[in-house]
Ligand binder design. Structure first.
Ligand code: 13P
Ligand code: SF4
Length: 340
């Protein structure tokens, strides 16, 4: 009985606030709806160490919207979608960038910061879209469609970007496609993103057969069932979802666009057809919005943890390197996108 009472006491957030430093209590208050108080001590040691290591190493942490709340809200300096992370990477003054996200994001940060050390805490944090296409595939597409510009999603390797004319993200794909002023473009490698953009523009789009393993699993039936069981729910979908899913949704946009939509429209109930941590991270700033949470986990994003961010900073691993022969061409594709 005594043990149970100690445990119950311990799990109260106020108790946490009284027994740890004001800074740690403030950090915990950001994530207390997602991390039970009893689990917090398992995170707080790594968080303290990471905050100290960032100062010692003159490092910043860039975290994608799909990172878990304890990373996103407690240690990250800059958060956002792929486009925001690329833009903000250019403004970083620190000597070291830790990319809490997947490998292509770390490569993009390195392309834009060749003099800085860019670390990815787990080299296995890949992406099914990046794996769906090789530089040789891009060269073959160019041969097959001579003179047609190649727009490449940032979810690709630097080697693929180097074979492309310009990059895009889900946040700017339509603007990039239309900026080229041509009737036809090749858009690689996400077939669904290409189809979703084709539905919004007069530009003809030739697609590749790559898919995001997280977003391809959503179906229109999922949305119909959600609407039946949660009347009035607003459905937001990422444009990596199949077009039939986007057609059933109320709004489609990048992770940042979905987050902005919630802030702007303040729906009473919302569901985000995307990766699971996204709802947790957005919900922190919108306690009055009810988040319905069917979601799919991205196994690559989930490879990044507080523990391996701490190790990355302690041991300065794993530094991202890009073959100098292709870095300049890949950078050009990213810079052309950022200029739009
Ligand atoms: P955003 O650019 O919308 O953040 O998407 C990145 C991503 O990997 C989505 O699966
Ligand atoms: Fe790649 Fe999909 Fe994971 Fe995004 S969610 S990193 S597109 S596998």
């Amino acid at each position: 009985m005594l043990m149970l009472s100690i445990l119950l006491n311990y799990t109260q957030p106020e108790h946490i606030a009284m027994t740890i430093s004001p800074n740690a209590a403030e950090l915990y208050s950001r994530v207390e709806r997602f991390i039970p108080a009893i689990e917090w001590p398992a995170f707080s040691g790594d968080i303290d160490a990471i905050l100290k290591l960032k100062r010692e190493r003159n490092a910043v942490i860039l975290a994608h919207n799909y990172q878990t709340p304890e990373i996103f809200h407690c240690v990250a300096d800059i958060v956002g979608d792929s486009l925001a992370l690329a833009r903000k990477a250019m403004e970083v003054e620190a000597e070291v960038i830790v990319l809490a996200g997947v490998h292509f994001m770390a490569e993009t940060a390195k392309l834009l910061n060749p003099q800085k050390t860019v670390l990815i805490p787990d080299m296995g944090a890949g992406c099914s879209l990046a794996d769906s296409i090789t530089p040789q595939d891009v060269r073959l597409m160019r041969q097959r469609y001579p003179g047609v510009p190649i727009v490449t999603y940032v979810n690709t390797s630097a080697a693929v970007k180097a074979e492309s004319d310009i990059c895009c993200t889900s946040g700017n794909a339509k603007a990039v496609v239309e900026s080229l002023g041509v009737p036809r473009v090749i858009m690689l490698p996400d077939e669904y993103l290409a189809q979703n953009i084709a539905a919004q523009t007069d530009v003809e789009i030739i697609a590749w057969r790559g898919h995001c393993e997280v977003h391809e699993r959503f179906t229109p039936d999922d949305i119909r069932e959600l609407r039946a069981s949660h009347p009035g729910v607003t459905v937001l979908a990422h444009p990596e979802c199949p077009p039939e899913v986007v057609a059933e949704a109320d709004f489609a946009g990048s992770t940042a666009a979905m987050s902005d939509y919630v802030g702007r429209e303040k729906p009473a109930r919302v569901v985000l057809m995307t990766e699971c941590s996204m709802s947790d991270n957005v919900a922190v700033d919108h306690p009055d919005v009810e988040f319905i949470r069917p979601c799919n986990l991205c196994p690559h994003m989930k490879r990044i943890t507080l523990a391996n961010i701490r190790t990355a900073l302690e041991e300065m691993r794993h530094p991202v390197t890009i073959d100098p022969n292709l870095a300049e061409r890949a950078r050009l594709s990213v810079e052309r996108m950022l200029a739009i």
